[in-house]
Design a protein around this ligand. Sequence first.
Ligand code: NI
Length: 184
Amino acid sequence: MNPLDDIVLSPAPVLSEECAPVEEIDDEIRALAKRMLRDMYAADGCGLAAPQVGVARQVVVIDVEWSGRGSRKNPYVLINPRVITADGPERITGEGCLSFPGVTVEVERPSHVVVQALNLDGDLMQYEASGNLLAVCLQHEIDHLHGVTMMDHLSASARVRAMAEYQDALNAGARPGDVEVEEG
Ligand code: NI
């Protein structure tokens, strides 16, 4: 099976669900994290949330250092992540999402974020990021656990435009990880 086929695309209902916290980090959760990392790397993504593989649990994987085959991997697995602080000047970044292939949208978010989460060993970890890809990625992925996608951050008119662009990209055969679809 192609790992890209494992990734759930909008408008799957699971992408709008509130995900359940993980009660116990068992083999099922470890297997889920492994599967999510496989899919994320296959799609050259920098983050993936469990609902994006159809599982409504509070698990996120992130690797902001990965830049394609052959580069160094530095994966984070965040279980039950909580945003402790989100502040600093708002910053606009072009975001993509593996569940919306072929689309990039301009999203405004706080530039500084502090997140706490369990790792796979059950240790409570704290992540702090400011003005960089990790700051954006943490917020984007944690949003997914609460049924929120990047599209929900757009104005109504921008969302209509972005969803039309997404539909066109899908019709043109866009796959998870495609940033834009080649003409023709
Ligand atoms: Ni996403």
